[in-house]
Design a protein around this ligand. Structure first.
Ligand SMILES: Cc1cc2nc3c(=O)[nH]c(=O)nc-3n(C[C@H](O)[C@H](O)[C@H](O)COP(=O)(O)OP(=O)(O)OC[C@H]3O[C@@H](n4cnc5c(N)ncnc54)[C@H](O)[C@@H]3O)c2cc1C
Length: 497
């Protein structure tokens, strides 16, 4: 039976719309944060505009690091009973050649013994899960609905409410739709702290930052039925002959295909026949032959949907009653499927820093500001890797210039030589040391330079190819410079600012 305190706080939420925390958005971050704070005894109001099961093309592969965070949040069961599919790593397909990069072997302390080089043969491996996003989010919402310290309300937040005599945020104004009449009525909800997690298209991001997301491409999505994947149980990344394509199973019979289409490419122009033309003539032919029939059938008969691929680096916040987190705060290209892993780790860290033992009152601006400052710097241990990797790999896999091409060749050869535990451990979100990323990135660059050098000087005619050595040296400098131009600004922005 509920204790009187719990019951009194429930009535306070339901009758007076007052709680310790108001969370805006019951997506991945909002649910995880609401649950984590409620577990610590905080009274939480979770506000969501649409409580029906989301039908979206995002957030369908949760990396092993995200699964670990989900379990630590006490929400591990949310990936069970939803026809989720175990993912053991990636199959990278470059111009028709495959290389498997499984998630790494782990030691008993959760470390990756081969993170600097090579790959473990035997040992425990963490796995990821593919699923329908809406089913996963519905399970997260069910966990929140069942929590005695959380009240969930279907209502659309339209405004933050500030105090009359200060700019401290007191809560939010909403519109609640009467399901019978469709009429929307104004409502208000108050909390000591308002946590905004309203996703990529956030209305309230401007409360804490002037920065706007930058998107240079979109992912177009198809849902393939019974696709014959070359390496079942692995996510597939197809590169080289088209812009990057992702394939991963999200149900027993369903496979998600995501096709990256940069803005304004001629192959997808209206004159050329639009995105369908690009998919039919360029992207689908680049898929493994076994997958093409299912892809063509899905394009013919299914829905083609799209989402922008945004980059939004985090900015420090000085909260005065409100914080903005999740995609509203920080985004990276979804090529590496890192968004939910970041969101779940952020929810864990937020709850740790706002724990009542550490931050007794959430209306204490100075204490909350100190917690948010700590969050901003401490989250870099995982976000610097996941965010930089997503942006840097996208630059390598999608770009169309000779230096990036050499880096792409180097990257594929790196994997082919069996150096996979480090790279896949970072992709999977189980390695949290940014120095490992710098090491592998520049190792790939030097391998790419070496391969380009050898190819240049052995490209004949006969032994005269050696005469091209000076050109190869100039190319080497250009490739290294390009690697620095791609990597250093990103690591500076994500790791040190
Ligand atoms: C194409 C694509 C594919 C992706 N694939 C992956 C992947 O495979 N793996 C991965 O980890 N990540 C992936 N991501 C990223 C991932 O989806 C996000 O990082 C994650 O969903 C962010 O969670 P969130 O809670 O911040 O936002 P969301 O999950 O978008 O949740 C926001 C919630 O807020 C609600 N809301 C919005 N406005 C209001 C309002 N005014 N009032 C009340 N409620 C409101 C929304 O209805 C929604 O429920 C992908 C992203 C894209 C674009």
């Amino acid at each position: 039976m509920a204790t009187p305190t719990v019951e009194a706080r429930r009535l306070q939420r339901e009758r007076h719309h007052e709680a310790d925390v108001v969370v805006v958005g019951a997506g991945v971050f909002g649910c995880a944060a609401a649950h984590a704070l409620a577990e610590q005894g905080r009274s939480v109001l979770l506000l969501e505009r649409w409580m029906t099961e989301p039908d979206r093309i995002v957030g369908e592969l949760l990396q092993p690091g995200g699964i670990q965070a989900l379990k630590r949040l006490g929400l591990g069961h949310c990936v069970e009973g939803i026809d989720s599919i175990t993912c053991r790593g990636y199959n990278v397909i470059y111009r028709g050649h495959d290389v498997l990069i499984p998630y790494p072997t782990m030691d008993d302390d959760g470390g990756v013994p081969y993170q600097w080089s090579g790959a473990g043969k035997e040992g425990k491996r963490e796995v990821g899960k593919g699923f329908h996003h809406g089913r996963f989010v519905s399970r997260l919402r069910e966990a929140c609905l069942a929590h005695p310290n959380i009240t969930v309300r279907e209502t659309e937040v339209v405004k933050v409410i500030r105090g009359e005599h200060s700019d401290h945020v007191l809560g939010v104004e909403t519109r609640t739709k009467d399901p019978a009449t469709g009429v929307k009525t104004p409502d208000c909800f108050f909390g000591q702290l308002t946590v905004i997690a309203d996703g990529y298209d956030s209305k309230f991001r401007g409360e804490v930052t002037a920065d706007k997301p930058v998107a240079r491409s979109k992912f177009y999505a198809l849902e393939l039925q019974d696709a014959d994947l070359p390496a079942p149980g692995f996510g597939h990344v197809v590169i080289g002959e088209a812009y990057p394509i992702l394939l991963y199973q999200i149900g027993t019979h369903e496979t998600r295909a995501l096709f990256d289409v940069p803005h304004n490419i001629p192959e997808a122009s209206v004159a050329a026949g639009g995105v369908r033309n690009y998919l039919t003539r360029h992207a689908i032919p680049a898929l493994p032959a076994s997958v093409r029939p299912a892809a063509l059938a899905a394009l013919e008969g299914g829905r083609l949907r799209s989402m922008p691929n945004s980059w939004l680096p985090p900015t420090p916040q000085v909260p005065r009653g409100v914080v903005v987190l999740g995609d509203a705060f920080n985004m990276r290209h979804p090529l590496t499927g890192a968004g939910m892993t970041v969101a779940l780790h952020d929810a864990l860290l937020l709850a740790e820093l706002l724990h009542p033992d550490r931050t007794p009152s959430l209306s204490d601006d100075a204490a909350v500001q100190a917690a948010l400052r700590a969050l901003y710097w401490r989250r870099k241990s995982y976000t610097a890797i996941l965010n930089v990797l997503a942006q840097a790999l996208y630059a390598l896999f999608a770009a169309d210039d000779p230096q990036l091409h050499a880096l792409r060749v180097g990257c594929f050869e790196y994997f082919r030589r069996g150096i996979t535990d480090g790279p896949c451990g970072m992709l999977g979100g189980v390695i949290h040391r940014p120095v490992v990323l710098a090491y592998h990135f520049f190792s790939v660059a030097f391998l790419g330079i070496w391969m380009h050098f050898v190819e240049t000087v052995t490209s004949g005619p006969g032994p005269l190819g050696v005469l091209k050595a000076p050109i190869a040296v100039v190319d080497a400098v250009l490739i290294l410079a390009k690697a620095c131009v791609v990597f250093l600004p990103l690591i500076w922005r994500e790791g040190f600012r």
